[in-house]
Design a protein around this ligand. Sequence first.
Ligand SMILES: NC(=O)c1ccc[n+]([C@@H]2O[C@H](COP(=O)([O-])OP(=O)(O)OC[C@H]3O[C@@H](n4cnc5c(N)ncnc54)[C@H](O)[C@@H]3O)[C@@H](O)[C@H]2O)c1
Length: 293
Amino acid sequence: MAARIRTQGETPNHRPARRPTAARYSLCYEETMTLLEGKKALIFGVANDHSIAWGIAKAFHAEGATVGFSSVESLIERRVRPLAESIGSTFVEPCDVQDDAQIERVFNRWSEQEGALDILVHALAFAKREELDGAFVDTSRDGFTLALDVSAYSLVALARAARPLLRPGSSILTLTYYGAEKVVAHYNVMGVAKAALEASVRYLAADLGPEGVRVNAISAGPIRTLAASGIAGFKGMYGTFRNVAPLRQNITIGDVGNTAVYLASDLSRAVTGEVIYVDGGFSVLGVPLPDEG
Ligand SMILES: NC(=O)c1ccc[n+]([C@@H]2O[C@H](COP(=O)([O-])OP(=O)(O)OC[C@H]3O[C@@H](n4cnc5c(N)ncnc54)[C@H](O)[C@@H]3O)[C@@H](O)[C@H]2O)c1
């Protein structure tokens, strides 16, 4: 970390000429501070500039990390490469996380180009549109298997493939949602997939902890993204969120990015197996009620 030491009472425009005594030193967070300097991050799940994965990528880049990307092939040239280039990233590889051979290929390419890996971000999920409408009881066997495979098992597959490259002090991050714990209308099979994902975080944290690798999830409040637009009633839920969440504001991809920086950095070196909420406090409410009047 390159935080500059500033003395008490000093302002950016007024710096005392004499050297301060040790007792008067205080650490200040300034522009020069880069929490992820020297760290290498591989991020799965950018679809466009609204993606949570993109909010995380920008925050990592701002903190000095080297960032690479992997997304489904159809998005690479049109969407992902231009975004990657905008932050000077040269690693952009296709991968469908349902295919082990494609996963292996991405990590081999990363190993050739970058060597080691410090941060792995899993920010992806999928369920058929028809499973995210109507009743959970109508979930098809196919739809259940697909949602669990893409949205939960893929974290295990990516963690296993990344394992030989992960250095002690590394961090694996995934994205979850409150629908894993409580019933959220229309979230249906994705809620079950997120519950499996959160349990996977805990098991992976136990497996990889002795190697110095941490595994955590961020549970984000609703954000308008491509994936969210597939959930019936999302727009209404997004609209009322800011009226009931304790912090009275919607969540942005920047908010998630900032917490991702904390979880990826050495600031959270003793934190693993956790689900951290970035939801303006929504999840602490028992009976959410909007402001009166
Ligand atoms: N948007 C929200 O309100 C919200 C809230 C909490 C958690 N999340 C989670 O955040 C994560 C990112 O989603 P987002 O909201 O940024 O939407 P998004 O649409 O921008 O990203 C979803 C990504 O998943 C990828 N994906 C789907 N199937 C894939 C496959 N087989 N192989 C590889 N990639 C695949 C898509 O290509 C896309 O890049 C998801 O896990 C989502 O459930 C979203």
